[in-house]
Ligand binder design. Structure first.
Ligand code: GRF
Length: 194
């Protein structure tokens, strides 16, 4: 059985990380077994670190505040990632803008809480909630030099009702994220040849 290795990068609560660990890590699919072999957070206080620990997995902390520039941080990130023979890097709530030092060297996917190319950036949930659109949604895309601008791999939308509060809208987005990101990781890795 081919083993596909992934790294997950996160910055905060780590609910998406937790779903990857529950639904993907150590599981066997049609053509491969997928293992999370590296976890990295830029935030030493990220709650996700405790969630990973519950699965017996340590997190490497690379604190961006200790680096003089975005490029210096990205160089260290790439160095650590290259130590493992990875098939894919997954950004699951990793709240850093990545420079070409990262994007030119690492094949990565990112989760974004809107229907891209609409509502790029850090305020996507609120902007899509306040917009005139009657749907909200979630995207998974390849990471490129353009923020939230790489090739879209998967999307899912839902109806935004008139009665829906921002909290309910946000909750719906997170519940879709928790399905879509694990599914997309499996979809990418389970059909690729090693
Ligand atoms: C998600 O909404 C993701 O789309 C965004 O950050 C959030 C991360 O949540 N980029 P969590 O840390 O996985 O709970």
């Amino acid at each position: 059985m081919v083993i596909k290795k992934i790294a997950v990068l996160f910055s905060g609560a780590g609910s998406n990380l937790e779903k990857i660990l529950e639904k993907v890590h150590g599981k066997t699919f049609a053509t491969c077994k997928i293992e999370v072999v590296k976890l990295i957070s830029n935030n030493p206080n990220a709650l996700g670190i405790q969630k990973a620990k519950a699965f017996g997995l340590p997190t490497t902390v690379i604190d961006h505040k200790k680096f003089d520039s975005r490029e210096a941080f990205d160089t260290e990130l790439v160095r650590i990632l290259k130590q493992s023979d990875l098939d894919l890097v997954v950004l699951a709530g990793f709240m850093r803008i990545l420079s070409s030092v990262f994007t030119q060297n690492i094949r990565a996917i990112n989760l974004h809480p809107s229907l891209l190319p609409l509502f790029k950036g850090g305020n996507a949930i609120e902007e899509s909630f306040k917009s005139s659109m009657r749907v909200g949604g979630v995207s998974v895309h390849f990471v490129s030099d353009e923020l939230d601008g790489g090739e879209i791999i998967a999307q899912k939308c839902f109806a935004k009702t008139k009665e829906m509060s921002l909290e309910a809208f946000e909750q719906k987005i997170h519940s879709i994220e928790h399905e879509l990101l694990p599914q997309t990781i499996i979809q990418i890795l389970d059909k690729e040849e090693k």
